[in-house]
Design a protein around this ligand. Structure first.
Ligand code: ZN
Length: 552
């Protein structure tokens, strides 16, 4: 925490106060306070709707967009010359994992500096609340027994951008019945339903599942359908990290669609992809299924991030039997010679299938801080370093870090990334998190998506690869996700909307975060506003904490 603070202080000292930072762009009024708080002069406005850009002045006041148009000689406390720059709604990230990290990095530099002004957390079946008593795998730090207390803590701390929270199905199931591999009893299902309804009524945006993780993977489809009914009744969102993104991708898409068909719930397929060379051929079939279901009336859409690698926990490479019970149970199986041998025999073939080889598995972080020399190395390199087989290195990594190791898996192909991003049912979602290259992340090599997703779509995929025009790109990262998540007053530039805005240069915007050096900030972003306050200017964050928790 203190190092985050000092980073901000250092940057604040470099660029002066927020007002001075604005002055660096062009502060032309000063003196008597004008009619508006901020006036952006002559911007190319991309309003989020997908319509072509138009040149206008945009005035901000009382946290909202107050006026749009040729505004003549109106006065404002601050005036920015936005001529030649694009003004878009702040980017809305529909898929993130920041519900805990925002407490270590409330400045959310990884997000704000790429123009992201709202993010939806609690994805892939895991949310920071509700956590009951000593349920396992709740993670380090504070535990919130319900969504209400989580939101109160969030508001007390404050953050540089807006948050909304999905409640994780895995979190609910673990709280009620632990990480066992069996269907829930009627009583357990009823208790999960109570926790879910409470969470939804206390402000959660919807329900997320992580059906490739413990304990989501042990959940029969029927249980998900039963829980989704409460989500559907409230018109909230069901976001699913599906049961497979590999060999059973098509069956997994069918399962997600069936939840929508049977309950009427709005379905969001999370981080759509086909992972592993052998499974790339399945992607077209998955997209076709979404199109067909949509045509039949299922309200389904999807999100994706603009990279050919994913990132997840190393235990994902274990077979299901060895994952039951969670982290401690995995470690116990590795201590037993017979089960250890079985695990080591199975993991090689798994890695061959997906992602496609040990060299494609690159260590991103190790929770216990042992083996830090392995961060950024692939499993072949680590095996060589330790003079052991890759499977043995895999086991030692888990043992050295309480089985809590994350890796980047280079499992997708570029043409699939482009096909997914360009698809009309797909919006941009990073699967990243609010963080900064400080504190507990100092030595990590996280997936670059946390830092680069939105500028990468605008620079690489829109400007260079011409997958879509600028207005379409902006819509996929603003109005589309805001409507999907039902974030009222967000994702559009229109009078009365919240003044979440990003001002950027369409010719220079781009990501600089790479797999080798992921914790680097993008280029080409002139200013970012959150609820009317300046959150970043020319690559430097301000000290503003104008974000709001958005209850649904
Ligand atoms: Zn996921």
């Amino acid at each position: 925490m203190s190092s985050t603070r000092s980073l901000i202080d250092r940057r604040a000292a470099l660029c002066g106060s927020a007002a001075l930072a604005l002055g660096a762009l062009a502060c032309r009024s000063g003196g008597a306070r004008g009619r508006f708080d901020v006036l952006l002069r002559g911007a190319n406005v991309l309003d989020g709707s997908g319509a072509p850009p138009f040149v206008a002045d945009v005035a901000l006041g009382a946290e909202r967009i107050a006026a749009i148009g040729p505004l003549g000689d109106v006065q404002a406390a601050r005036v920015l010359d936005a001529r030649g720059l694009c003004l878009a709604p702040g980017f809305v990230d529909i898929h993130t994992h920041s519900d805990r990290t925002i407490f270590e990095w409330p400045g959310a530099e990884s997000r704000v500096l790429q123009g992201c002004t709202s993010e939806i957390t609690g994805n892939c079946g895991g949310s920071a609340a509700p956590h009951i008593a000593d349920d396992e795998d709740a993670g380090a730090g504070s535990r919130w027994s319900d969504v209400r207390s989580y939101i109160a803590a969030w508001r007390q701390q404050g953050a540089a951008l807006n948050h909304a929270l999905l409640v994780g199905h895995g979190t609910l199931r673990r709280a009620v019945m632990g990480s066992v591999d069996r269907p829930a009893t009627a009583d357990e299902l009823a208790r999960m339903n109570v926790l879910l309804e409470d969470a939804l009524d206390q402000g959660a945006l919807g329900l997320s599942t992580g059906l490739e993780y413990v304990p989501g993977m042990f959940t029969p489809p029927e249980e998900i359908v039963q829980l989704a009914r409460a989500v559907a009744r409230r018109g909230k969102l069901y976001a699913s990290h599906m049961r497979s993104e590999e060999e059973a991708l098509l069956e997994a898409v069918d399962e997600a669609l069936e939840v929508g068909r049977r309950t009427g719930v709005r379905v969001q397929v999370s981080h759509l992809k086909a992972a592993g060379r052998a499974h790339w051929k399945l992607l077209d079939g998955a997209l076709a299924k979404l199109e067909r279901a949509r045509a039949e009336g299922v309200d389904v859409m999807a999100d994706a991030y603009p990279y050919t690698a994913y990132s997840t926990t190393l235990t994902m490479l274990l077979e299901p039997w060895s994952r039951e019970g969670g982290a401690d149970a995995v470690l116990a199986r590795l201590r037993d010679p017979a089960t250890r041998a079985k695990i080591l025999r199975e993991v090689g073939p798994h890695v061959e299938r997906e992602p496609g080889g040990w060299e494609l598995v690159v260590i991103a972080s190790l929770d216990k801080r042992e083996h830090q020399e392995c961060v950024g190395k692939n499993l072949l390199e680590i095996a060589e370093l330790w003079s052991v087989e890759p499977a043995e290195a895999f086991a030692r990594l888990l043992e050295g870090s309480n089985s809590s190791v994350s890796f980047v898996g280079h499992g997708m192909q570029e043409s699939d990334v482009e096909r997914v991003l360009a698809h009309p049912l797909v919006m941009v979602g990073s699967d990243g998190r609010s963080m900064a290259p400080t504190g507990s992340a100092l030595n990590d090599r996280p997936h670059p998506r946390s830092y680069g997703t939105f500028p990468r779509v605008l620079g690489r995929y829109c400007r260079e690869r011409k997958l879509f025009d600028l207005a379409t790109a902006v819509r996929k990262m603003t109005a589309l996700p805001a409507e999907r998540a039902r974030l009222a007053g967000r994702g559009r530039i229109e009078v009365g909307a919240f003044a979440d805005l990003v001002l950027f240069d369409a010719q220079t915007i781009g990501d600089t975060a790479t797999f080798a050096q992921p914790q680097q900030f993008p280029t080409g972003i002139a200013a970012v506003f959150v609820n009317g306050d300046l959150a970043a200017e020319r690559g430097a964050p301000t000290a503003a904490r104008a974000g709001r928790f958005l209850e649904a």
